[in-house]
Structures are given as structure tokens and as C-alpha cells.
Design a protein around this ligand. Structure first.
Ligand code: ADP
Length: 307
């Protein structure tokens, strides 16, 4: 039996991927801003007792000041590895990463990180969790407290400043984690599936919250997710990685105008973007599975399916 490779939709098939004049003007301004992050030909190989894994290959892209860039891709496409390299928690095997023109060689105050797992210190109150990083970085106690209270006010947590993490809901914990990452006033906020553990309603509220924060302060965001709706709703541009090893398939400029709202989830631009992303990811997973499947096994699978 002949297996046909699925056809990818093109821009001609999806006319709503084309940008309106308003969206084009938005991207012209965005791309005229300074480049904050430059990822140049980055590759990553892991050598372990179980064998070698090539997680990332030839990754190159830039983010501009105040850009919101999402990274999507199938599971195992190296999304977490990429953000960990940018954070300085992992070292690239080849290529380099520049932040404001300087090579990234380890973690630094210029990047704040939020993970999916809750990472607050359970023995410190909400306020002290936020103060912790400020004091470590040399800020006096009173100033750190004033800063922490100001940030917690921004995310509506005034009433919980003296609570402990176990007294908070998942959404509240992530709001504190975001504020804690932002309090040091980093250049970039790096987020690795930060809302992945939250229920759908809380997740939607957190996305809206994050957009408000992003619009209120001058920050560039690199946001990892496997949720395509989340990526389209939040991002200026979406970097799509292929499965194993992660390579750049496409960098999509999201044609959905800002300000965004949930009503746009059914707009033609939103749906066209989603179709394009789904096609890319489907294609990438399909290519990987066909590559890995021994011919005999493939034949058996097909004849089972045919019967
Ligand atoms: P994603 O976030 O897209 O799911 P990851 O970045 O977690 O992908 O992983 C990419 C690949 O690298 C996977 O095959 C994973 O098993 C491998 N990998 C990630 N971290 C390590 C590690 N510390 N040691 C060995 N292999 C790893």
C-alpha cells in the first residue's frame, strides 16, 4: 500500500494567515526595536548511559525588545532544553546565545524564570518569597519589602502577602512565581509551560493576567507551551520546532490583532493559525514515526488497519 505524505496547507490555502495592514504595522514597529535575544545555530546533544540524544539542531532566531515569543512543538522536540539553555541552566553543545549582544554563560539577574512545577519556598510567606531574590541581590530589607508589596498588588494578591504557599491555589502560586521572577526587573521572562498544571478556567485567567503584566511593563517573554490556543492567544510570533531532533520548522507571525480577547478564538485569523500549527506538528510527528517504523512492522500495521 502506498502511504501518501500529508500535504501541508500553504498561505494560499489559508488566506487569513496574511496580515491585515494593522497587524503588519504592528510587526514593523516590533521588528524595528532592538534585538534582545539572539540564538545562533544552537545545537544540544545529551550523552548518557542510555545513549546519546540530539535534542536540538541548528536553532537560530531573534527576539526583539517587548516581543512575546512562544515556542511550540511535539513532546520531546527540545522546548524545555531550549529555554533552559537561554536561562543558563544548561549548556549548548554548539552555537551561541547572546543577550543584548553578550554571550550567555550561566544564570543571571537579566533573566527571570517560571517553571510548571511550583517552586516557591514553602517555609516563607508570599511576601518573603518575593523579597528573597531582591535581598540576595543586595537590596535592603525595607526597600525589598516595599518592592514586593508593589508587585503583589499588581497581581491582586494584597490580601495574601502574609500567607504561606500551601494556603494558596495553584493559580495564586504561579502569580507569586511570576512576580518573584519579575521583581528583579529582568530583561527577559522565561516561562516553561507555566500554566500546564492549572485547570482550564484558572489557566485562562492566568493568560489574561500575564498579558496585562506584559503590557504594563517593558519585558520580553520567551514562553514554552504545547497548547496551541495558548500560544496563538499570547504570542506575537510562534517558533515551531520539529520532533527529534528539534529544528526550526517555521516562525509564524500571528495575524490576530491586539488587544487580544477570548472572542478571537473563533476568528478566521486565529483558526487559520491553528490549522497551520496543527499541520506542521502533525507533519513533524508523522515524519518521525515513518522514519522510525521498520518496514515489516509498517506493513503489519497497515494490513491490521485494512482488515
Ligand atoms: P520538550 O520540552 O519539547 O518535551 P525536552 O527538551 O524535555 O523536550 O527534551 C528533548 C529531548 O532531550 C528528549 O528526547 C529528552 O529525553 C532529552 N533530554 C532532555 N533532558 C535530558 C537530560 N538531562 N539527559 C538526557 N536526555 C535529555
Amino acid at each position: 500500500m502506498d502511504i501518501k505524505k500529508p500535504k501541508l496547507f500553504t498561505n494560499a490555502d489559508l488566506p487569513h494567515l496574511r496580515q491585515s495592514p494593522q497587524v503588519r504595522a504592528y510587526f514593523d514597529v516590533l521588528k524595528s526595536r532592538d534585538v534582545i535575544l539572539e540564538v545562533k545555530d544552537v545545537g544540544k546533544k545529551f550523552d548518557s548511559r542510555q545513549g546519546n540524544t540530539e535534542a536540538l539542531r541548528n536553532i537560530s532566531f531573534q527576539t526583539h525588545q517587548r516581543e512575546f515569543l512562544c515556542v511550540v512543538g511535539p513532546s520531546g522536540s527540545g522546548k524545555s532544553t531550549l529555554v533552559r539553555i537561554v536561562a543558563g541552566l544548561e549548556e549548548e553543545t554548539s552555537g551561541e546565545i547572546l543577550l543584548e549582544g553578550k554571550p550567555v554563560t550561566g544564570p543571571g539577574r537579566d533573566r527571570g524564570m517560571v517553571f510548571q512545577a511550583y517552586t516557591l519556598f514553602p517555609w516563607l510567606t508570599v511576601k518573603k518569597n518575593v523579597m528573597f531574590g531582591l535581598e540576595i541581590n543586595g537590596m535592603g530589607r525595607r526597600k525589598a519589602e516595599a518592592q514586593a508589596l508593589r508587585w503583589l498588588h499588581l497581581v491582586g494578591l494584597d490580601k495574601f502577602v502574609d500567607a504561606y504557599p500551601h494556603q494558596l491555589s495553584g493559580g495564586m502560586k504561579q502569580r507569586v512565581a511570576i512576580v518573584r521572577a519579575l521583581a528583579n526587573q529582568p530583561q527577559m521572562l522565561l516561562m516553561d509551560e507555566p500554566f500546564g498544571a492549572l485547570d482550564a478556567q484558572t489557566r485562562a485567567r492566568m493568560q489574561a493576567h500575564l498579558m496585562e503584566i506584559w503590557q504594563a511593563i517593558d519585558i520580553t517573554v520567551l514562553f514554552i507551551t504545547h497548547d496551541l490556543d495558548e500560544a496563538i492567544y499570547l504570542a506575537d510570533r510562534i517558533l515551531v520546532l520539529s520532533a527529534h531532533p528539534g529544528e526550526v520548522m517555521e516562525l509564524i507571525e500571528v495575524p490576530v490583532p491586539r488587544p487580544r480577547s477570548p472572542s478571537q478564538f473563533i476568528s478566521e485569523e486565529f483558526l487559520a493559525t491553528k490549522m497551520r500549527l496543527e499541520e506542521l506538528i502533525y507533519q513533524s510527528v508523522y515524519d518521525e514515526e515513518i522514519d522510525e517504523l521498520p518496514i515489516g512492522e509498517l506493513g503489519a500495521t497497515l494490513s491490521r488497519d485494512d482488515s
